[in-house]
Design a protein. Structure first.
Length: 255
């Protein structure tokens, strides 16, 4: 119900002129034939018009659309779907304010989940790489990168910076988190390289085509990205702010 409401709002806001006509044209693009015979053609849903009018009754039409198609429409319009991919709304807000390049890349990935799973996975991988590279450019971080590192290499480097690399002296529970993050990054990287069309495949090779797996991968990227950014903010940005406050207080002392 809530998703229908959000999609309805997004659709009316999408078009500035001829709203009823353009909204109807847009919805018609999601129609497809389920079955047909000599007498009937059955579509996946029906477009409902307002009484005694050719204008679309958008709310009634959306309520008659199956959940999968409605989800695809929401993604195409950029509507957040927290019940299905919970990390993405928070991740988008974080990227928009702190990582412009990664934000643009991730939005492209998000919109390609249904139409081009391979491209979505490749772009999500690139977005996570971009975030880590930007963090490692911080002048306070001595570990520098050469520019050709893979996602696994970048994740290894940033975990060393954060002190949670698996072979560190941290407690076993912390090292387990580090190992898990490395495994996730390696898995995403291998899927991008070996199970998508990014590097070209033969007919015998397995390629991810089910969008359900792509949702899982993109959401995993969002989850890892949120963790790395939060850890970075806590370890560096907040520390710097506290030091600045202390310096200001010291400067104001009369002795």
């Amino acid at each position: 119900m809530k998703l229908v409401e959000e999609v309805e709002k997004a659709l009316w806001a999408e078009f500035q002129t001829s709203k009823y006509a353009n909204v109807k044209y847009y919805i018609e693009k999601w129609l497809y034939i389920v079955c047909e015979d000599d007498w009937n053609v059955i579509y996946n849903f029906q477009i409902v018009n307002q009484p005694n009018s050719t204008n679309i009754d958008l709310a009634a039409t959306l309520h008659g659309i199956d959940g999968e198609t409605l989800l695809k429409i929401a993604i195409d319009l950029g509507v957040d779907t927290p019940d299905f991919i919970p990390s993405i709304p928070s991740f988008k807000n974080t990227l928009k304010s702190d990582y412009k390049t990664a934000y643009d890349t991730f939005i492209k990935a998000y919109k390609q989940i249904e139409t081009d799973p391979s491209l979505a996975i490749g772009l999500a991988n690139s977005a996570l790489e971009s975030i880590i590279k930007q963090i490692l450019k911080d002048d306070r971080i001595t570990n520098k990168i050469k520019g050709r590192e893979t996602l696994y290499d970048l994740t290894s480097e940033i975990l060393k910076v954060f002190g949670v690399f698996p072979n560190s002296d941290m407690p076993m529970e912390i090292k387990t988190i580090g190992s898990s993050l490395l495994a996730v990054s390696q898995g995403i990287e291998k899927l991008r390289s070996e199970k998508t069309n990014i590097h070209g495949r033969t007919t015998e090779d397995y390629v991810i085509q089910d969008s359900l797996y792509t949702y899982f991968i993109v959401n995993s990227v969002a989850t890892v990205g949120l963790f790395l950014n939060s850890y970075y903010k806590n370890k560096y940005s907040e520390k710097e702010t506290k030091e600045e406050i202390i310096n200001i207080i010291d400067d104001e002392l009369p002795f």
